[in-house]
Ligand binder design. Structure first.
Ligand SMILES: NC(=O)c1ccc[n+]([C@@H]2O[C@H](COP(=O)([O-])OP(=O)(O)OC[C@H]3O[C@@H](n4cnc5c(N)ncnc54)[C@H](O)[C@@H]3O)[C@@H](O)[C@H]2O)c1
Length: 361
């Protein structure tokens, strides 16, 4: 799009109440003059309290809508007239996809298809300049590539797809749909595939917040298998900056891998969190002498990928993006954020963040 700085955009962000989507919206509202329409149905993973810092801004609007609902999407496109779509809405938790794949197929595949069709109908009716400038940016995962065996290999943008879980298979399908909508209909799409994110406002079912909160509560720290699964950790605010760069400066039809250059085994991540807590919260729960003593190895997840690692040199070279946080600085910020934001996570844990809508704990 090569956005001229004077040119304010309106960006339709799907899944903006989720972990990464809310970081993207906070980034756009705080650091640019663009507007955002957040389209989110608010599943258990959607939390509007993650947007408190920006939700009173006049450049922010919220639509509680399911991306599988074509009628609602058509209304949103015609009312808000966005210049770009950043598509993050998804079912995103691998363990949940193993327990029940249906919502993953529905949202990640059917929802992406429905959004592509609604976008295409809107885009087709734009005038030529707006049509040229329009972008559909699909946010995907490095899990579509399967896992790596050798210690030196990295996922590049041309690595073939070999998804292992229902989650990654549904994301792989959505990536194929997005590319087909460019090839077949000319819709100006861009795809990004990123590694594991971590940082503030992360739902406590995911590894890093789960470990921090369990440790503070003196509960076991469950580590799958031998804990030697390697992930490439990306600080969520670095990712949000990268995504904004891609939607404003990325080239149509390209794929960009986004990673943090931070390959760590899960057990190393858990031990780092324990060490930080020894330093930051020396007053431990009753009966706990060392946080590390809470580590408990549990039966491995079926189909668990061994190693993911991203080669992010293309986005660095072509768009000039690099991560600002090392794992050491980012994990310290994350632990400190959880220590300072008990109200946010205790309302997630007791279910009150969801109001009446979920009827869950
Ligand atoms: N978290 C990671 O480490 C990671 C890594 C790589 C890629 N991704 C991808 O990034 C995107 C965002 O991930 P996240 O961690 O923020 O996810 P998340 O689960 O925290 O948030 C997903 C959001 O989408 C919304 N949503 C779900 N179904 C919807 C539907 N049918 N209609 C409208 N909204 C719906 C939810 O309410 C929630 O707010 C996903 O597409 C995910 O596949 C995430």
């Amino acid at each position: 799009m090569n956005k001229n700085k004077e040119n304010k955009m309106k960006i339709l962000v799907t899944g903006g109440a989720g972990f990464i989507g809310s970081a993207v919206i906070r980034h756009i509202i705080k650091n640019t003059s663009d507007s955002v329409v957040n389209v989110d149905v608010l599943t258990y993973a959607g939390n509007l309290e993650s947007l408190r810092e920006v939700d009173s801004n006049e450049r922010y609007a919220f639509e509680q809508v399911d991306i599988c609902n074509r009628v609602d999407l058509d209304r949103i496109f015609s009312e808000h007239k966005p210049d770009a779509v950043m598509h993050l809405a998804a079912e995103s938790h691998v363990d949940r996809s193993i327990d029940g794949a249906a919502p993953f197929v529905e949202t990640n595949i059917v929802g992406t298809y429905t959004l592509l069709e609604a976008t295409r109908a809107y885009w087709n009716a734009l005038d030529e300049d707006k049509k040229q400038a329009f972008r559909f940016h699909h946010i995907s995962t490095d899990e579509v590539y399967g896992d790596l065996e050798g210690t030196d290999d990295l996922f590049t943008e041309t690595t073939s797809y070999e998804p292992s879980s229902p989650y990654s298979a549904s994301k792989a399908s959505s990536d194929h749909l997005v590319r087909a909508w460019l090839r077949t209909y000319g819709l100006p799409t861009i795809v990004t595939n990123c590694s594991n994110n971590y940082g503030p406002y992360h739902f406590p079912e995911k590894l890093i917040p789960l470990m921090i909160l369990n440790a503070l509560d003196g509960k076991p720290l469950p580590v799958y298998g031998d804990g030697m699964q390697i992930r490439d950790w990306l600080f969520v605010e670095d990712h949000a900056r990268a995504l904004y760069k891609v939607v404003t400066e990325g080239i149509v039809g390209e794929t960009y891998n986004i990673g943090g250059h931070n390959e760590k085994a899960n057990i190393e991540v858990v031990k780092t969190i324990c060490a930080l807590l020894e330093d930051l919260v020396p007053n431990k729960p009753e009966g706990v002498s060392h946080y590390e003593d809470l580590i408990t190895y549990v039966t491995d997840r079926p189909g668990h990928d061994v190693r993911y690692a991203i080669d992010a040199s293309k986005i660095e070279r072509e768009l000039g993006w690099t991560p600002e946080e090392t794992f050491e600085s980012g994990i310290r910020k994350t632990v400190e954020w959880y220590l300072n934001n008990k109200e946010w996570w205790s309302r997630v844990i007791d279910g009150s963040y969801a109001g009446e809508r979920l009827g869950v704990k």
